[in-house]
Design a protein around this ligand. Structure first.
Ligand code: PLP
Length: 470
C-alpha cells in the first residue's frame, strides 16, 4: 500500500465501506464523484462528536455554553478568512448553506443593474441562473475545446454598454476541471473598473486559493464545505465588508438588527446584517476543522497527488475503445481532477448504472447542472438543443444528451483508476449482453438492472438507518 492510500485509510471516513453488486457480491465502494460531494475527514467527524456536548446558541443566551459557542463562531470566521488570505479588517465571511446560496445572496445584494454582470458559458447553473434571473448577465464565449475565450472577455469589458461591473466566473469547471486564470482575469476586471467573483466550489478543495494575489485581489469568493471534506451544511461567501455595510439583505430576521422599534429598523453591520436566524454552528465548525486539516497536511502536496491521478486517468481512459474525452488534456491546460467522457454507442446513463451496479464505482452522469457548457462540448446545434429541451419537458431523461464524469479527491488511488478502466473495457467488450441486463425506469428515466435486487437492498438499508423495518 503506498503512502497516499495509507494516509487516506486513516483520514477519511467510509473508505472501506462495502456495497452490494448485481451478482450478490459485496465489494469495497470506489468513490469517483468528489466533485459532487466528498466524504468527511475523520478529524472533522471526531471534532464534531467531541463538540456536541458543548453545543448551544450563538449570540443568544448568556450561559457558559452560549458564550463558548459565540466565541467559537467568531474565531471560525477569522480562521476561514485567514485560510483564504483575506484581511479581516477589509473582508467579511458570511456563512451560507452552500455555494448556491452564496451566489444567490451576492446576486441579490450587489448594486448591479441589468446587463452589468459578466458570467461565462462554462458555469454551473448556480453561477448562471442567479445572475440571469436578475437580468444582470452577459456571458463570455468559449473556445471550441471548452476553455474561456479571453479575447471575448476583454472585448466585452471594453465595449459592453452598459459597462461591466462584475465578472463572475468559476475557478475550475465542474465538467472538464479546466482551471481559469483567476489572477489574470482579476487584473483585467480591475483595469476596466469591474470586480471579480470567484466561484471556488470546485477549485478551493484542490488548490491553495488566496484572495490577495501578487498584483490584484479577488473581490468575492464563494464555496461549499461539503466539497472540502466537511459535509455538515455549510459554506461561505467572502467579500469586502463595505459591500455588506449597507442595503437590505435577501433574508432578514433575528440577529440582523441593531435596533427595531414600531417606527424604525436599524440593521446591524456585517456580518450580522446578512445572517438571519440561528447559524449553523456545527457546519461552520466542521468547515473550519477541515480547512485546518488541509493546511496542516499541505494542500499543495495533496493537489499534486490529484494532478498525477488526473494525468494517469486521462492517458489510461484513451486505451478504452471508442471513449471520447472532453476538454483539453491536462498536459496542455491546467485542470483539477474532474474528467468527463462518453463511450460511443452506449448511453451515459447506462455507463453510470453499469459502473455502480456491477463494479461498485460511484460516478455522475448527465449535464452536471452546467447544460450550456455540456451542449457546447458535445457540439449540439440550436435545433438539437431545442429538440432535447422538448424531450426533457416530457420527462424522457434517458434520451437526453450528457456525459459520464469522474472526479478525484486526495485519497483516490491509481489502483482505483485501473479498476475503472477494467470495468469500462468489460462494458465495451460485452456491450450487448450487458445492455440486456438493464431497463429504463419509467419514473426517473434512469437505467436500472432488470433484477431489482440492489434497489431492494437500498430500500432495506434506508429503513435500517432509521432503525425501522421496511
Ligand atoms: C462550480 C460549481 N459552482 C457551484 C456549485 C454549487 O455548489 P452547491 O451545490 O454546494 O451549492 C457547484 C456544485 O457542484 C459547482 O461545481
Amino acid at each position: 500500500m503506498n503512502n497516499w492510500h495509507h494516509l487516506a485509510q486513516q483520514e477519511v471516513v467510509g473508505l472501506q465501506t462495502k456495497v452490494p453488486l448485481l451478482d450478490g457480491r459485496l465489494i469495497r465502494y470506489i468513490n469517483l464523484d468528489n466533485a459532487a460531494t466528498t466524504p468527511p475527514l475523520r478529524a472533522v467527524a471526531q471534532a464534531v462528536q467531541s463538540f456536541l456536548p458543548w453545543y448551544s446558541s450563538v449570540h443568544r443566551g448568556f450561559g457558559y455554553k452560549s458564550q463558548l459557542c459565540t466565541e467559537l463562531y467568531t474565531r471560525i470566521r477569522y480562521l476561514i478568512l485567514n485560510f483564504f488570505g483575506a484581511d479581516p479588517e477589509k473582508y467579511t465571511a458570511l456563512f451560507v448553506k452552500n455555494a448556491s446560496e452564496g451566489l444567490n445572496k451576492l446576486a441579490h445584494r450587489l448594486p448591479i443593474a441589468e446587463q452589468e454582470a459578466l458570467s461565462s458559458w462554462m458555469e454551473h447553473h448556480s453561477n448562471d441562473l442567479p445572475w440571469r434571473l436578475h437580468k444582470q448577465a452577459k456571458f463570455i464565449e468559449l473556445t471550441p475545446e471548452g476553455t474561456l475565450d479571453l479575447g471575448d472577455l476583454e472585448t466585452k469589458l471594453k465595449t459592453s454598454r452598459p459597462r461591466i461591473k462584475l465578472i463572475t466566473i468559476c475557478g475550475a469547471s465542474n465538467v472538464t476541471g479546466v482551471v481559469n486564470p483567476l489572477q489574470t482575469i482579476t487584473e483585467l476586471a480591475h483595469y476596466y473598473g469591474a470586480q471579480l467573483t470567484g466561484d471556488a466550489a470546485q477549485l478551493a478543495p484542490h488548490f491553495p486559493l488566496r484572495l490577495a494575489g501578487p498584483r490584484a485581489a479577488i473581490d468575492y469568493l464563494v464555496l461549499s464545505a461539503h466539497k472540502m471534506y466537511a459535509p455538515f451544511g455549510s459554506g461561505v461567501l467572502i467579500g469586502p465588508r463595505e459591500t455588506f455595510r449597507t442595503g437590505t439583505p435577501a433574508e432578514v430576521g433575528g440577529g440582523t438588527v441593531l435596533a427595531c422599534s414600531r417606527e424604525q429598523v436599524v440593521f446591524a453591520p456585517p456580518p450580522d446584517r446578512d445572517e438571519a436566524g440561528t447559524p449553523n454552528l456545527i457546519g461552520a465548525y466542521a468547515f473550519a476543522v477541515a480547512l485546518q486539516w488541509l493546511a496542516q497536511n499541505n494542500l499543495t502536496r495533496l493537489a499534486k497527488h490529484e494532478d498525477q491521478l488526473t494525468r494517469y486517468a486521462f492517458t489510461r481512459l484513451q486505451t478504452v475503445p471508442g471513449l471520447v474525452l472532453y476538454g483539453p488534456s491536462p498536459q496542455r491546460y491546467p485542470r483539477i481532477g474532474v474528467i468527463s467522457f462518453n463511450l460511443e454507442g452506449i448511453p451515459h446513463g447506462l455507463v453510470a448504472a453499469y459502473l455502480s451496479f456491477e463494479a461498485g464505482i460511484g460516478v455522475r452522469h448527465g449535464c452536471f447542472c452546467a447544460r450550456p457548457y455540456v451542449h457546447h462540448l458535445l457540439g449540439l446545434t440550436k435545433a438539437e438543443i431545442s429538440f432535447y429541451e422538448s424531450l426533457a419537458k416530457t420527462g424522457k431523461k434517458c434520451e437526453l444528451p450528457g456525459m459520464v464524469r469522474i472526479s478525484f479527491g486526495f485519497y483516490n488511488t491509481k489502483e482505483e483508476i485501473d479498476l475503472l478502466i477494467e470495468a469500462l473495457k468489460t462494458l465495451r467488450a460485452e456491450e450487448k449482453r450487458i445492455k440486456n441486463r438493464y431497463r429504463i425506469d419509467p419514473v426517473t428515466g434512469e437505467y436500472l438492472p432488470t433484477s431489482g435486487k440492489v434497489k431492494m437492498f437500498i430500500a432495506q438499508h434506508t429503513a435500517d438507518l432509521f432503525n425501522l423495518r421496511a
